[in-house]
Design a protein around this ligand. Sequence first.
Ligand SMILES: Cc1ncc(COP(=O)(O)O)c(C=O)c1O
Length: 375
Amino acid sequence: MSALAAVFAQYPLEVEHAEGVWLHARGGRRVLDLYGGHAVAALGYGHPGWTRAVQAQAATCNFQSNAVPMAVRERAAARLLRFAGGGYDSVFFVNSGAEANENALKMAFRMTSRPHVAAVEGSFHGRTAAAGTITWGAREKWHAFPRTPFDVSWMPRRDIGAIARHVTQDTAAVIVEPVQGVGGAFDMGAEFLQALRNRCDEMGALLIFDEVQCGMGRVGQAFAAGLYGVHPDMITTAKALGNGFPCAALLMAPRVSAAIKLETLGTTFGGGPMAAAAIEAVIEAIEGEDLLANVRRVSRYIRETCRVGPVTGFQGEGFLLGLRMSRPAKEVQAALLERNILAGTSGDPQVLRLLPPFILQEEHVDLLKGTLAAL
Ligand SMILES: Cc1ncc(COP(=O)(O)O)c(C=O)c1O
């Protein structure tokens, strides 16, 4: 019996080592990874630059707190702001997506002194008390806390007409995943996001993009904010940010940065030098290897070639791609795994979710296509 808490259903696959886009499992099995450990393994496995950077930082200085200045932390923050393409002037590093969202909400409450947040149906923002409060269905399924820490109301996805009803003078923040991950690789589209931006400006509410899953290059741009040309006051990101080294970040626009005072936010591990080195190496690889262009090209190739077998359509962006199925995605996922391809499911039972490493090539897609066609 496992010593691990029985929290996660287990795939029938035990990974021993991995390289590139391939998982090598017990029994000599080789599995194509189109899921990237829940969107984390952006550079795939054994990336030489990332591995070197993490090893070198471990040998140089593995940890100092945020009270001790370190060049690697400064460099990671500056590089992340540059990568985001302007509009943000400070970064607060934390450890997980949920923690980044908690801190974003905290800033919005501090700045507005209002009691309410508007979220979007289908969203997933994390498992802590506040992040769970804005996660669709959490209250019914697992939230468990006796009270929620603030009022929340739910906007239907892409329903521009509903926004005014939900975003009022009581609203501290609107939080949205520009492309929902768990919700089924569901893209909100530029019009809905722009309408949220406009209403937040009108009401004096803060707009937060949760780019924990869709950010850091996954949509084929640095962030979905840039893809859609809509700029929130805060962006949260994690997952691909460290390529497996646990870390997350809150990017803040100048008016949010200006509201920060000493010790309003805090963390022990956030912004540690190992995480900072990992973040720097991830951005270096994405930029140096032109991986955003690769994501766009190969994502297009999937859409062009994989409408076969049970696949009836596509949704999402880049490598946060949903394949709509004529039968339950869970069945298709199991059949693919039997044939050595790992893909994900989502909150939408008909959507198979692909979150592959950004280094995926056409030859790998051909394997997926051939396997889907034979199902
Ligand atoms: C969009 C989004 N936000 C937040 C989270 C929570 O991130 P973490 O598990 O790092 O706390 C997730 C995790 O799946 C996510 O997909």
